[in-house]
Design a protein around this ligand. Structure first.
Ligand code: F6R
Length: 247
């Protein structure tokens, strides 16, 4: 695991963008795995800047998002499809037909999950997966207890995650209770992984994931099994690490 501790969110974003840009160059049909939430925003801002400055081309890029709420149509204010459009896709030269977010309105959701996995396989698999971590150690919507071998499927959100996400909805009752999420096994198949983390509320999950045992109780600890992870952490989220990571 390559751990990079940085002083600010902005630097987290520029360092992550540099890692991704280096991997994308010379590979026009690069397959990028993407996350929503606040953690990747500084990265997306830098990718937009690079694209607009013609330093990075997305014309042939293919993307797959980690997850989507069940029951929210793509144009819903809180859908992850809308988040991706507004925070990245609307501002770069990507072909919208090459961007994939699970369909939270799919009628046969199990068939949709299987088809999502198949689509990733058909394009040769994700080359670089962007991740954030939840305060409870989740990655994607793989909550504690998710099998380390899990694949794209329907998941139930924990009470804690529903409460965390309630700030984006008018009422807590409006937060969907289920989502479609790539599994931990799916995520681990990416050729490389870039995790972004900031905030002291993440410090405990970061320490457990990097320095604790590999366990389904802390889904991000599974990243210890992957050979090419770059974890970019702002100092506040690195506060509980005790080993000499990247200092
Ligand atoms: C989002 C996702 C989640 C978030 C995590 C952290 O697609 O997969 O695992 O990365 O909940 O969210 P933020 O970055 O908002 O703290």
């Amino acid at each position: 695991m390559k751990v990079i501790i940085v002083p600010s969110k902005e630097e987290m974003g520029t360092r992550a963008a540099a890692v991704i840009a280096e991997r994308m160059r010379g590979r026009p049909h690069f397959v990028l795995g993407l996350a929503t939430g606040s953690s990747p925003i500084p990265l997306y801002q830098e990718l937009i800047r690079m694209n607009q400055a013609r330093e990075l081309d997305f014309a042939g890029a293919i993307t797959f998002n980690l997850d989507e709420y069940i029951g929210l149509p793509p144009d819903h204010e809180q859908s992850y499809r809308r988040f991706m459009n507004e925070n990245l896709f609307d501002h770069i030269n990507i072909n919208r037909a090459f961007t994939h977010v699970p369909d939270g309105m799919a009628k046969d959701v199990d068939a949709h999950c299987a088809a999502y996995e198949q689509m990733m396989d058909d394009v040769g698999g994700v080359k670089c997966q962007v991740l954030g971590i939840g305060g409870n150690g989740h990655i994607g919507f793989n909550e504690p207890g998710s099998s380390l071998a899990s694949r794209t499927r329907v998941v139930n959100l924990t009470r804690g995650t529903i409460e965390d996400n309630a700030r984006f909805f008018e009422r807590i009752e409006d937060v969907p209770k289920q989502a479609i999420s790539m599994g931990i096994g799916t995520i681990l198949e990416a050729e490389s992984i870039v995790m972004l983390t900031y905030g002291e509320n993440k410090a405990d999950a970061v320490a457990k994931s990097l320095e604790g045992p590999i366990t389904a109780s802390v889904p991000a600890s599974a990243l210890q099994l992957h050979e090419d992870v770059t974890w970019i952490i702002v100092e506040d989220a690195a506060a509980r690490l005790t080993l000499e990571w990247g200092r």
